[in-house]
Design a protein around this ligand. Structure first.
Ligand SMILES: [Zn+2]
Length: 632
């Protein structure tokens, strides 16, 4: 396997950031942008086939256009109205969102247009009830400074967020409407020469520039990054849906390696005598001869009366299994590609015999396909129509493999790699929105935006340090966190120590997440309620973690119930004395040996036993007294 050197492959990365704005209304109606999980209304629409979007020749696009999908929308009158349902024309542009877009554009020194035209951008996946997304080009040009370098801004758009995908099952796709129409600022940056760490810093700096306005939404899903990654001599690959910065760096590294691996594979293909695959001569129906095969996948296919095909690929023996870098193979690319057509079973000759396909099957296939020494073959099984499209797509993909990584759209995974999503769409179709008049930007609005540019990130952090008397690290942590708003509210009351509040909102919640608990289950209201109980001295500091743990592990969604579940009603002083005396009794030997040093060990035991039911401070004080008394 080759050594991968990311610096010498001509890596280029373009970043596109989508940030939800924190406005009182949605972009084109009066609904409040709040997230819902209860939906009292449900309706459905048939999705129109859209051939044009992906280009006419592409087999994947043709395949998509044959599928007919029903889209089910869930709505709640608190977060959506007839505008989201496309039963009422859009209202005027939300002035607040407009001003914020002007403010952000000014902060990036981008040139703002004096007239903003509302456009419709075709959307084919059903995430919009109208079949299009409204978008406005607000500004062009400008820059952001990162690590002492200027990174150019290409464009700044104000647009509607899409509906939220709930699930995708067969011919049905489900969206909720609470997110549809939430104002979004889209900032596209010039591509930079690739250093994944630098790109991560760009995203971080841009995210911070947005957050200092204090008018953007925070938390997972409220800021999303798309990246366009390419290497020298390859197509541009668009990776969608990166939600975390650490993931961003990993994804760029993975994509760079994958693309360079495909380039090495292309060079190897070009050393062979491979020409093209002939759709008529090289594809064989092998359903009959596979009937005896012991592979589970093949057997299932035969039961379902699927078709099984063999594809002959002359002169490409060894190419599908060739792995220039770990896990980067043409065979794997083909495997991901056919999943787009709903096909799970494709095998290439370099990996056989395996998966229940035995030498006898291979012999039958090589005879039927007339496979010569240097030839490769694929076996693919699936429902007749899908398999036909999939074969066209495979033939196309192998042809493109001669030229290195092809342009396509991929999805980011949590793990930090990428998987094939769809072929790269052509330039998206835009046309004017006729329901909304052109939006003018007045000189007064421009001046106001310029004079309201917020302080820099550094200044904002300094201000936080002074205001709450916390150190630089904590100030950065809380200001980057989704809990910043809650933090400010909790600390507006004098009795809460900002240091303690940050440690709960950042470290404690993160630690619980690392144990596999879900922080999405814990909302701001529950956090506020918990701190109120602390202020009223109904609970002690140690109980906060226990309450959060109950909520984040889905045991309850009520703070009071969490308290009760953990039976954290406070111990009386007598009860506490009793527990501690017992601990002293059991550990007399240890105390005699270690004297006062035994305190920390006993403290640990006591904290475990009375977890949350008494304050650590009081336990410590009492234990100290009791040990001293015992020793005397
Ligand atoms: Zn609405």
């Amino acid at each position: 396997m080759a050594e991968f050197d990311i610096k010498n492959i001509g890596l280029k990365v373009g970043l596109e950031i989508h940030q939800q704005l924190d406005t009182k209304k949605k972009l084109f109606c009066d609904c409040t942008p709040i997230e819902d999980d209860e939906f009292s209304r449900k309706f459905s629409r048939r999705l129109r086939a859209a051939k044009s979007e992906l280009g006419k020749i592409d087999p994947a696009a043709l395949f998509e256009s044959t599928k007919s999908k029903t889209i089910i929308y869930y709505a709640n009158p608190k977060s959506s109205c007839l505008v989201e349902e496309d039963e009422e024309p859009p209202h005027g542009l939300d002035i607040d969102a407009k001003n914020l877009a002007l403010l952000i554009s000014s902060a990036l020194e981008s040139k703002i247009f004096s007239e903003i035209h509302v456009m419709r951008k075709t959307v084919i996946d059903g995430s919009n009830t109208t079949g299009f997304q409204r978008t406005m080009l607000v500004a062009q040009g400008g820059h952001i400074e990162v690590d002492g370098k200027k990174v150019g801004v290409q464009s700044i758009c104000l647009e509607e967020d899409a509906g939220k995908l709930i699930k995708d099952e067969g011919n049905h796709r489900f969206f909720s409407l609470d997110r549809l129409g939430v104002p979004l600022v889209e900032i596209a940056l010039d591509p930079v020469e690739g250093d994944p760490k630098f790109v991560k810093n760009i995203a971080l700096t841009l995210g911070r520039l947005l957050r200092v306005t204090k008018r953007v939404m925070r938390g997972i899903g409220t800021i999303r990054q798309d990246v366009n990654v390419s290497i020298e001599g390859g197509g541009v690959i668009e990776v969608k849906g990166v939600q975390q910065l650490d993931q961003l760096e990993k994804i760029i590294e993975f994509e760079a390696k994958r693309q360079h691996g495909l380039k090495i594979i292309s060079e190897k293909i070009n050393q062979t005598k491979f020409k093209e695959i002939d759709r008529k001569e090289d594809v064989f129906d092998i359903t009959e001869i596979m009937k005896e095969c012991n592979s589970k996948i093949i057997k299932k296919s035969i039961e379902r009366q699927d078709k099984i095909f063999g594809i002959r690929i002359k002169k490409l023996k060894g190419i599908f299994g060739f792995e220039p870098y770990s896990e980067i193979r043409l065979g794997k690319e083909i495997g991901q590609l056919v999943r787009f057509f709903g096909i799970g079973g494709v095998f290439h000759s370099d990996e056989l015999p395996d998966y229940g396909i035995e030498n006898i099957d291979i012999k039958r296939v090589t005879e039927k396909l007339d496979i010569q020494n240097e030839d490769a073959f694929l076996i693919i099984a699936g429902e007749k129509i899908s398999v036909g499209f999939a074969i066209d797509s495979i033939i196309n993909r192998i042809k493109l493999a001669k030229d290195g990584p092809p342009a396509e759209t991929r999805a980011a995974t949590q793990k930090g790699d990428t998987i094939f999503l769809r072929p790269r769409p052509g330039a998206s179709r835009m046309y004017p929105e006729t329901d909304i008049p052109t939006v003018k930007v007045s000189d007064k609005e421009l001046t106001e935006a310029r004079s309201n540019i917020p302080k820099s990130w550094e200044e904002s952090i300094k201000e936080l340090e002074d205001k709450y008397q916390i150190n630089n690290q904590l100030a950065e942590q809380i200001f980057d966190s989704e809990y910043f708003g809650v933090f400010e509210k909790i600390c507006s009351k004098k009795q809460n120590s900002p240091n303690f509040v940050v440690s709960i909102l950042c470290s404690t919640i993160t630690n619980l997440e690392r144990q596999g608990l879900d922080s999405d289950l814990l909302n701001n209201e529950q956090i506020m309620n918990t701190f109120e109980l602390l202020e009223q001295e109904k609970i002690n500091k140690e109980s906060i973690e226990i309450i959060f743990e109950q909520i984040m592990s889905k045991k309850t969604d009520s703070v009071l119930q969490a308290l009760e579940n953990a039976s954290m009603t406070q111990l009386s002083e007598n009860e506490l004395d009793k527990v501690l005396d017992e601990i002293i009794q059991k550990n007399m030997e240890k105390i005699q040996q270690e004297q006062m040093h035994a305190l920390s060990g006993l403290m640990g035991i006591a904290m475990r036993e009375v977890r949350g039911k008494a304050s650590g401070k009081m336990i410590n004080q009492k234990l100290k007294e009791k040990i001293q008394k015992f020793l005397n």
